[in-house]
Design a protein around this ligand. Sequence first.
Ligand SMILES: NC(=O)c1ccc[n+]([C@@H]2O[C@H](COP(=O)([O-])OP(=O)(O)OC[C@H]3O[C@@H](n4cnc5c(N)ncnc54)[C@H](OP(=O)(O)O)[C@@H]3O)[C@@H](O)[C@H]2O)c1
Length: 379
Amino acid sequence: MISLRPQPFTGVNSKQCHSLSPSHLSRPSLPNLSHKRPSLPNLSHKLPSLRLSIRAIDAAQPFDYESHLSHRFTKSTKLKIAIVGFGNFGQFLAKTIVNQGHTVLAHSRSDYSEKAAELKVSFFKDADDLCEEHPDVILLCTSIISTEFVLKSLPLQRLKRNTLFVDVLSVKEFPKSLFLQTLPQEFDILCTHPMFGPESGKESWKGLSFVYDKVRIGNGESRELRCERFLDIFKNEGCRMVGMSCAEHDRHAAGSQFITHTMGRVLEKLSLDSTPINTKGYETLLNLVENTASDSFDLYYGLFMYNKNAMEQLERLDLAFESLKTELFGHLHDVLRKQLFGKAEEGVERPVDRIFLPELPQNGRLLSSRSENANKETS
Ligand SMILES: NC(=O)c1ccc[n+]([C@@H]2O[C@H](COP(=O)([O-])OP(=O)(O)OC[C@H]3O[C@@H](n4cnc5c(N)ncnc54)[C@H](OP(=O)(O)O)[C@@H]3O)[C@@H](O)[C@H]2O)c1
């Protein structure tokens, strides 16, 4: 029951009348929703000079119950995500995650406090402070080569007991085994690779591939839901969701992504310029250089060092280049012979010198020397 008693006016306005001191009320503490309430017009000049005071507390409070419920519902579908490694790619992801209403925290070797504030991200210089915020998800966006060091320096004991660990490294078998070796059994593990970056995903993520492998998601609805909610971030942006094992990813990525980055870097060394008569093909090459040049060398080096299939691809590329040169020079040789020997060789059938790359040995096995390969080709 609430009994209202006229009180002499003491200069307190209508808004202040709602704020009762704790000594008057012993209700359970409720979240502060004052920022959700539309601001009320100041009507104090229209009110009679009376002050209302609540004398009994067992009645329902005129509280913004609906808004409270809706706030609770929204919160339950949103995650608290801590990005570790707030460089180029970490910041790129943060923008979209914040836009989707999740709470984003960040920690990095460098101080990105200002950048984080612009993106509505809370930046923590200290990893202990970050972990004590008990995020639902730790999202590792560090360079491939620093990941082991960064992961091992995180104070895991300060996290919630079943935090979800996610990585976005461009190689997948390496973080998978690192996570399995380093993280306590109760932690969930999701290995992912967004197949796009700040350049290629600048306008939209629609139709871009997102590879993921649920390496270890513990039993229980809440743990499965947490993982799905994280994946939803990419689903909601229209990504093409591809569930794939880490090993399979690395096989495909060495033949596609590593080759792409290598060609981009080789072409970059040629300092290609745009010309007034660019063909479509040449434009594609210029775009390739632009796309790969903006990525750090650490990233490229990581693709090479931490994907066991990369070395084989580099060798294949080398052999392909050699074989193309042999083919070209073979044709040139024919032309010269014709000029030198003219009619003397007419009517003599010569085999077409079209050389294809021989099958390469399985990963991890040494390639035979160039001369051996050349012998095989000609035999
Ligand atoms: N860029 C892309 O297009 C793309 C696409 C998909 C996946 N990825 C993956 O996303 C991750 C980040 O890529 P990125 O493009 O931002 O560039 P990156 O050069 O691969 O990584 C930069 C990040 O690594 C941190 N870092 C580097 N060395 C460190 C060290 N010794 N100790 C602690 N932190 C260190 C940097 O921290 P500070 O900045 O604080 O120094 C920064 O946050 C990589 O694993 C990459 O494979 C990138």
